[in-house]
Design a binder for this molecule. Structure first.
Ligand code: PLP
Length: 471
């Protein structure tokens, strides 16, 4: 009867339905709960609402630079002209993509003061490993491969630094910090003719700028070693100074931090590696070359360390970074200015509320407070972090860097408003005045209470569950 009422329309609806869920992909034999569309909708929408992200609230995860990612960049990455390009396509048919990568390499050279870049590494740690493999290849080429066995890292270094050096076959020597910075005396003692490289983040993981960087570079070079830059904190100095003039020989950048690509949960990211001219021949293949008006992939690099990832890296991430830099243009340095302003503002507010910030002076884009004095009351940094969840904040990084007791590492980023920073500071004050039992049992308002985080990673529940019954 309905068909008679409006047959053409009904046919159209059926067509749309078929397009929406084609019969050939329906798997009738699947053993899944027999639920209505509405129930499924409620379940998944509820799950999505349990998520927390940079788009939902303050996310001051120190060292990770969880800044806002403009939606324009996502639109650009989804562009029809780009999303169907295949990495196995003949290079003559993807000149546009090669041009973007070529120009992005040049922009990174301009921003960092390095001479050549490879966009291939897919994360910061991957960039570090690439940098360490270049270091090894360089000394092998010089005939010092058997001698240059050591890589030095400060005790404030991110764990991936020593891990990458070790994976590339080096011995790792850790040196202590002094007043939150590299201890020059300790560095000089550790440096020798066996040193291959010194790895450094500047500003370091305490958010302190290593003001002795030129002296550090001089000492490292005196023994013929290389200075490596971990770019996780580039956001603080973007457009203000260049790594090349600080004396770095190899650098990596974390595009998913400084250049606005969403991250967390494992990626996708990008960790391009830049080098001074004398190390260019060791960069991964293929290199992107321009011949006349044509771009090509060049594999003919006999000294190259080879390939470090499938194809050419995470192209969508590279594209977003390219668009971000072009869009910011000359205002790129404002990123650093606002990031540093926000960080110092919040640090001063927390200090006024009695929070202890080890080491004197101003900070760059992030700072680390110590909650050690709460330990007397039995309160740990973890308790405060969990309680912050109840107030709608993602907690900062905790227990890192290792040189600060009960560390709370806060990075507000340039995108946060004064109102958010004020609210966060007031909430911190309120939390540490609360009854200890409230803190110890936090979070109270979250979908799950305090979970065993190690086991949550290892024993995930991946099957369907009626979550209303899990509560
Ligand atoms: C200081 C520092 N170095 C290196 C890394 C490693 O970067 P990725 O997570 O991209 O591998 C991080 C990551 O948070 C970091 O904070």
């Amino acid at each position: 009867m309905m068909a008679k009422y409006n047959e053409p329309l009904l046919n159209e609806i059926e067509e749309i339905e078929e397009e929406f869920l084609p019969e050939e992909i329906e798997r009738k034999e699947l053993n899944i709960p027999n639920l209505t569309e509405r129930e499924v909708m409620k379940h998944f929408l509820h799950l999505s609402q349990m998520n927390y992200g940079v788009d939902t609230g303050f996310y001051p995860l120190g060292s990770c630079t969880m800044k806002y990612n403009p939606k324009l960049l996502e639109r650009i990455a989804k562009n029809e002209k780009i999303k169907f390009v295949h990495p196995l396509q003949n290079e003559a048919t993807c000149q546009g993509c090669l041009e973007i990568m070529y120009k992005l390499e040049k922009l990174f050279c301009e921003i960092t003061g390095m001479d050549a870049f490879s966009l291939q590494p897919c994360a910061g740690a991957h960039g570090e490993l690439t940098g360490m493999l270049i270091t090894r290849a360089y000394f092998e080429w010089k005939g010092e491969g058997d001698v240059r066995k050591d890589v030095i890292v400060p005790d404030s270094a991110h764990g991936t630094n020593p891990a990458s050096a070790k994976m590339a076959g080096f011995n790792v020597i850790e040196i202590p910090s002094k007043n939150g910075m590299v201890d020059l005396t300790a560095l000089k003692e550790a440096l020798s003719n066996e040193t291959a490289a010194f790895m450094l983040t500047n500003p370091n993981t305490l958010g302190i700028f290593e003001k002795d960087i030129l002296k550090i570079a001089e000492e490292v070079k005196k023994v013929g070693a290389l200075l490596y830059y971990d770019g996780a904190n580039l956001n603080a100095i973007l457009g203000k100074t260049k790594l090349g003039i600080m004396g770095f020989d190899i650098v990596h950048l974390n595009l998913h931090k400084t250049f606005a690509t969403p991250h967390g949960g494992g990626g996708p990211g990008a960790g391009p590696v830049g080098v001074k001219a004398y190390l260019e021949k060791f960069l991964p293949v293929p290199r992107i070359k321009k011949e006349g008006e044509k771009y090509k992939l060049d594999y003919n690099q006999p000294y190259s360390i080879g390939k470090v990832s499938l194809f050419y890296g995470n192209f969508a991430v590279l594209l977003k970074a390219y668009a971000y830099i072009l869009r910011k243009g000359k205002d790129l340095e404002k990123v650093a200015e606002k990031a540093v302003l926000n960080s110092n503002y919040l640090m001063e507010r927390l200090k006024r509320y009695g929070f202890e910030v080890p080491y004197n002076g101003k900070r760059m884009h992030e700072f680390v407070i110590s909650l050690a004095n709460l330990r007397k009351k039995g309160i740990r940094a973890l308790d405060v972090a969990k309680r912050l969840l109840d107030y709608g904040f993602h907690p900062p990084t905790i227990y890192f860097p290792l040189i600060v007791e009960e560390a709370f590492m806060i990075e507000p980023t340039e995108d946060e408003s004064k109102e958010t920073l004020d609210k966060f500071a007031e909430t911190m004050k309120k939390i540490v005045e609360e009854d200890i039992n409230i803190l110890k049992n936090a979070p109270h308002n979250m979908p799950v209470r305090r979970v065993n985080e190690a086991m949550a990673m290892k024993k995930q529940i991946l099957t369907w569950k009626d979550i209303s019954k899990l509560k």
